[in-house]
Design a binder for this molecule. Structure first.
Ligand code: G4P
Length: 529
């Protein structure tokens, strides 16, 4: 198959949702369609179980599963589909944000009863900022939930989206009869049987005809006609370009658990979802169909076996082909590297591959050369943009609890920070190290992993900081910046890359500082776009 065809058949996406909305169930049903797995229950849920936050085995279990589910690939109707896993737990949101830099589109899963929830709001906001094309899937239609129009309103208002339904439910919960597929103009009747054949779909070009009554009954037929009239009156016609530009989001309804409405979603997805999109580097925009290979690291996963400290670095291929045993330039280290056993992912298995194409993810064994955001090329100096570091929300001093193991401690901290588990800040004033994290759970993860993987022990001490902001002076030489540095010395630190960070101890002091030093810009992410 030609290079161009390989690109055209690839769809790389992520499923985002609040925990429990049905992401794992939907993923599993999608894999069933691809024939990638044979039975339900094969995809493990990588959720942190409720109440298990201090159970280290639970953290390890979750970590083990998240290696297996990092990338799930399958073939459907000759399309190569790569699903990138996005943890739903809020303490791991940063991991999800970074994964979103490697997807070309997303599917947003919403629970029909719960509507738009907190994590969905945060994740969709990131996708919106990046104009990532989104399809919305309203799940659990077999249960009583919110009225479809109310829910569409909620999605528009809370998520700031502009939606257009491409399917519409006939009843709901106990009375759920099926779905009218606006995109394909047919009706799919619900039988509540998850082994239902996909042939049960009835083509319906003319919903005005008397056939409709015979199939779904008089009342449901009237309701459906009224609803569809309203849909056509209120919502815009679907326009693929608007969807691709992130301006219009099609909506599907279904029940993942019952494998209902999933085939429709998938068929539409492969039809409309983008092929690997161009990506911005600091230097230029790179297109997927360029012949020379480029890619970037969006995730690093430590080996689960503490005796082998190698890690798996996940590379998204942006352009060209990635080939085994071929030298590539590690741009940050200015070093040529070859990879003898790059992993590709297929369903829940990984295997060594000789060649991968734009949109694909390869897992490279790494002994500490990579960190998140690193770029690989065939020689060109490129730095991919858009891998964010978010301002952490929790801060603690980290102390060495075993002076004989300080080397191990520093190595461990260094590698865990490269993996993106947390961020390290060094105070300007006294050189003390502070760990900043997005969620409190990370402190337990760090302590546990330092001990089990690096043989080092640490303790924490509270450090009352409200927010860390990256400092970007408009003019580093002006007096205002010099004064800022002098007056705020106690609150300044360097992050791991040497960028200056201001640690505000309260919202009030942050505001005062911003007012007093207007030429010193304080940023909440370290990506300076
Ligand atoms: P998540 O990955 O987004 O966190 O959600 P997951 O798929 O694990 O689904 C959360 C719960 O919702 C599961 O039940 C799952 O069976 C259920 N579920 C998913 N889709 C549907 C649906 O279409 N209809 C109904 N009624 N339920 C659905 P659980 O009891 O928490 O877990 P389990 O014991 O069934 O695995």
């Amino acid at each position: 198959m030609s290079f161009e065809k390989e690109i055209q058949r690839r769809r790389t996406f992520g499923i985002i949702s609040h925990p429990d909305a049905g992401k794992t169930t939907l993923t599993e049903k999608l894999l069933l369609f691809g024939g990638a797995i044979q039975e339900a229950g094969a995809v493990k849920n990588n959720k942190i179980k409720k109440g298990a936050t201090s159970d280290f085995m639970e953290i390890e279990r979750q970590r083990g599963i998240s290696v297996a589910t990092s990338v799930l690939a399958f073939i459907y109707k000759d399309k190569k589909i790569n699903i990138l896993d996005t943890p739903g737990h809020k303490d791991f949101a940063e991991d999800t944000f970074r994964t979103l830099t490697a997807v070309d589109s997303v599917i947003v899963v919403i629970d029909v009863a719960k509507g738009v929830e907190e994590q969905t709001e945060k994740l969709v906001e990131v996708c919106r900022m990046r104009n990532i094309p989104m399809i919305v899937f309203i799940n659990k239609m077999d249960r009583e939930g919110k009225d479809a129009f109310d829910l569409l309103d909620e999605v528009e208002q809370k998520l700031g989206l502009s939606v257009t339904p491409l399917s519409f439910p006939i009843g709901m919960g106990y009375d759920f009869k099926g779905i009218y597929n606006i995109y394909e103009k047919n009706i799919n009747l619900f039988s509540g049987d998850s082994k239902k054949n996909i042939e049960d779909v009835i083509a319906f070009d003319n919903i005005e005809g008397p056939e409709l009554e015979k199939i779904i009954g008089t009342k449901a037929a009237k309701d459906l006609r009224d609803n569809l009239e309203l849909v056509h009156g209120v919502y815009p016609e679907f326009d693929r370009n608007e969807y691709l530009e992130g301006k219009l989001q099609p909506v599907f309804f279904g029940s993942a658990l019952n494998n209902f409405g999933v085939r429709e979603l998938l068929d539409c997805f492969i039809d409309i979802a983008p092929t690997p999109r161009p990506k911005k580097a600091e230097e230029r925009l790179v297109n997927a169909n360029e012949k020379e290979f480029t890619g970037f690291v969006f995730k690093i996963h430590a080996n689960m076996d503490p005796k082998h400290r190698d890690r798996l670095a996940f590379i998204k291929i942006v352009s060209g082909t990635f080939e085994r045993n071929t030298p590539y330039l590690h741009v940050r280290h200015n070093k040529s590297m070859k990879f003898s056993s790059p992993n590709a992912f297929f369903a829940e298995k990984k295997e060594i591959v000789d060649i991968s194409y734009p949109g694909d993810i390869v897992g490279l064994h790494d002994t500490g050369n990579f960190k998140i955001g690193d770029t690989l090329t065939e020689g060109e100096i490129l730095h991919y943009k858009g891998i964010p570091s978010f301002s952490p929300e929790h801060f603690r001093y980290i102390n060495n609890a075993d002076p004989l193991k300080s080397k191990q401690l520093f190595k461990g901290i260094d590698q865990l920070m490269d993996e993106g588990v947390a961020q390290l800040f060094t105070l300007e004033m006294n050189g003390r190290k502070v760990i900043g994290t997005v969620g409190a759970l990370q402190y337990e993860v760090i302590q546990y992993r330092l001990e089990h993987e690096y043989g080092a022990k640490c303790t924490y001490e509270n450090f009352p900081v409200y927010k860390a902001c990256w400092v970007a002076p408009k003019d580093p030489k002006n007096d205002e910046f010099k004064e800022f540095k002098r007056v705020k010395q106690k609150f300044l630190a360097k992050d791991k890359t040497g960028q200056l960070v201001f640690l505000a101890d309260s919202q009030f002091s942050l505001q005062m500082t911003q007012q007093k030093y207007p030429s010193v810009i304080l940023k909440f992410t370290s990506e300076f776009e």
